[in-house]
Design a protein around this ligand. Structure first.
Ligand SMILES: *Cc1c(COP(=O)(O)O)cnc(C)c1O
Length: 394
């Protein structure tokens, strides 16, 4: 049976995987070198160097050869020693999910949770650390993407560091799109991926590890070794003279190199500013169109993802289908607890350019109006977004 081909969308405005930069696609088309070719060994070292420059860290990173869930699982398996008490901070689906990985290795997992449209608070973390001095590791999802909300990572990190505990930070959908740097947030393990704000295809994890975390992982007999989940095995792989534990994803490294060149040439603060600008225009447009945001307060709304609260009872899958069929625009759904309650517009990498907010606002508002939702004003939404775009454009 032959199926009718489904045309590609015109705009992929998702929260990951995201549309890739054209230069990244050109990077993917570079030759696939043998991993022990001297040219590849030198290249691999130089890509690690660029990751380190993007991270602004004092020590080299680790690149793991699988999308960021690999590094999250690896961090749980490596840093959490048998019997450890772990404090898992939860403001959404990814934060909650990390607790399940932590529970495979920990003696006990404590959870500090807020509603999934809210953000965590450093004082509450300090209080629980005072009450439970036996906590060894704290885990935080900085930007819980299925909620589109951002947690105060620097304040929480300072609190955790002051208490002498180790911190794992999931910055998968925030690094590269906003000001979140591994050492600035006092992360002992900091995890991100190229497939969100760096505008690459999925397939790698970028990891920063602190000195204290290396020490603990290397002393942990249960930390994975000779395994896809091993962080320790890759510690020195960035050195051109060192062997790879197994074959690196050559093409993904080619793509990452191209993405890092773009990021470093533009300058991180300029990249973060265009993410923030795009999101600000999008939020203004969504609100002016008569819709509401999922985050409880605009201050905690992510600059890389705008989560739009849907009217009760609306069929979310039907809405996204209508938006795609009618306009060729793809947006993301919620996940788990937020599934069906919101849609998400990504501002990540190549789509973190203000003009895309007009497409997103018009498509989401138009889709809702098409499904018979009353009180939508597409023109007001587009005008409000345009005002924000023009304000900063001068
Ligand atoms: C995308 C993402 C991940 C990685 O998960 P995927 O399988 O790529 O969806 C992990 N954490 C967060 C917060 C993310 O946004």
């Amino acid at each position: 049976m032959t199926r009718k081909p489904i045309p590609d969308p015109i705009f992929t405005l998702t929260t990951g995987p995201v549309d890739a930069y054209p230069a990244v696609l050109r990077g993917l088309s570079r030759p696939v070198l043998y991993d022990y070719d001297p040219a590849f060994l030198a290249f691999y070292e130089s890509v690690n160097d660029k990751v380190q420059r993007a991270f602004r860290t004092s020590t080299p990173p680790v690149i793991l050869q699988g999308e960021p869930v690999l590094a999250l699982e690896a961090a749980a398996a490596s840093l959490i020693a048998k019997g450890d008490v772990v404090l898992n901070l939860v403001s959404g689906v990814y934060g909650k999910g990390f607790g399940y990985w932590a529970a495979r290795h920990a003696g006990e997992v404590l959870e500090l949770a807020v509603p999934y449209n809210e953000a965590l608070d450093a004082d509450a973390v300090a209080e629980i650390l005072r009450k439970r001095p036996d906590i060894a590791v704290v885990s935080l999802c900085h930007h819980d993407t299925p909620s589109g909300t951002v947690n105060p990572a620097a304040a929480i990190g300072a609190t955790v560091r002051a208490a002498g505990k180790l911190l794992i930070v999931d910055a998968v959908s925030s690094f590269g799109g906003m000001d979140v740097l591994p050492e600035a947030v006092h992360a002992d393990i900091f995890i991100t991926g190229p497939n969100k704000c760096l505008g690459c295809p999925p397939g790698l994890s970028l990891v920063h590890v602190s000195g204290a975390a290396w020490k603990k992982m290397e002393a942990n007999p249960d930390a994975p070794r000779d395994s896809m989940l091993s962080i320790v095995d890759w510690r020195r792989a960035h050195e051109a003279t060192q062997p790879f534990p197994f074959t690196p994803s050559v093409s993904e490294i080619n793509a990452l190199d191209a993405a890092l060149d773009l990021y470093l040439a533009e300058g991180d603060e300029a990249v973060w500013a265009r993410h923030a600008h795009t999101a600000a225009a999008c939020r203004a447009g969504i609100l002016a169109a008569g819709l509401s945001l999922w985050p409880a307060r605009e201050e905690i709304a992510s600059p890389t993802c705008t989560a739009v609260r849907l009217p009760d009872g609306l069929d979310e899958a039907k809405l996204r289908g209508a938006i795609r069929d009618r306009y060729g625009v793809v947006v993301s759904s919620g996940r788990a607890e937020t599934l069906g309650k919101l849609v998400r517009i990504g501002h990540m990498g190549p789509t973190a350019r203000p003009i895309y907010s007009l497409v997103a606002v018009a498509a989401v508002a138009g889709g809702l109006q098409g499904l018979g939702v009353k009180g939508i004003d597409i023109g007001a939404g587009v005008s409000a977004a345009m005002r924000i775009i023009d304000t900063a454009a001068g």
